[in-house]
Write a protein that binds this ligand. Structure first.
Ligand SMILES: [Fe+2]
Ligand SMILES: [Fe+2]
Length: 256
């Protein structure tokens, strides 16, 4: 199971309240969640990361906001349960991929940043090829969180990795796309898996503030939207060979 960008306290509360019944319903072997927006809407802290891990998340992925809070840097270096984009500088805190064992399966989770309308040190296409080469036989199933802005770059990554990884899951834009499926060679793919948090805002921010920004074209303080929280993500069925047999979108209103 993969949970899309958890936005602020409303997103975290939504996930904690809803994950138990999602786990009961889908019985996932592994739960991955993108936590790049969990601390006040931007970034992640050690405290919020640990809360998500306590709530039932096995591995956290991140993205462009990962370095917003300095307090998380040592945690990024220490923990094998959180990854940051692998195509950032090697000198940046944290790791770009991790391998954790659960239910007798060695799961590799790789985080990548897009390079179109975003800034990453290296091409995600070259870096992911290098990581897959290094992983070799050390992983049974590989999940890639591709944190990117444009659908074209994400679709290209899906095709680039088709048949080589279990899944390529798009994150960052917070709006779920409708084309989730298993590609012909066995890789589950979706351009954007959506976000976990308020559906009353604009990709997680209070809508009146975003509208004011567009109307006035002046700086406006952004706060996390609260009302109407939803949990969005997907569930992927895994074959014996570590590739995918089914993709299902998850999009449910948060439980209270
Ligand atoms: Fe995000
Ligand atoms: Fe992002």
């Amino acid at each position: 199971m993969f949970i899309g960008d958890i936005v602020g306290e409303p997103g975290r509360t939504a996930l904690s309240a809803t994950l138990p019944s999602l786990i009961e319903r889908y019985e996932p072997t592994l739960v991955i969640a993108n936590g790049e927006n969990v601390a006040g809407g931007l970034g992640i802290t050690k405290r919020t990361a640990l809360k998500l891990l306590d709530a039932g998340v096995d591995v956290l992925t991140t993205g462009n906001h990962v370095y917003r809070h300095r307090d998380v840097y040592p945690f990024l270096d220490e923990s094998d349960k959180i990854v940051r984009p692998a195509n950032y500088l090697e000198s940046n805190p944290g790791r770009g991929h991790t391998v954790i064992e659960k239910a007798g399966v060695r799961w590799a989770v790789v985080n990548l940043s897009g390079n179109v309308f975003m800034h990453a040190a290296y091409s995600p296409f070259h870096i992911v090829d290098r990581i897959l080469g290094r992983l070799g036989d050390d992983a049974d199933a590989i999940v890639v969180d591709f944190h990117a802005e444009t659908t074209s770059e994400k679709v290209a990554m899906g095709w680039h990795l088709d048949g080589r990884v279990l899944a390529v899951i798009g994150t960052h834009t917070h709006v779920p796309t409708a084309e989730g499926r298993v590609l012909p060679q066995g890789t589950a793919f979706v351009s954007d898996v959506g976000m976990t948090g308020s559906r009353a805002g604009v990709i997680g921010v209070k809508r009146e503030q975003i509208i004011e920004r567009f109307l006035t074209q002046m700086p406006v303080k952004f706060e996390t939207a609260v009302e109407d929280p939803w949990v969005m993500g997907c569930v992927i069925d895994v074959r014996e060979d570590g590739l995918a047999s089914a993709f299902e979108q998850v999009m449910v209103p948060a439980e209270q």
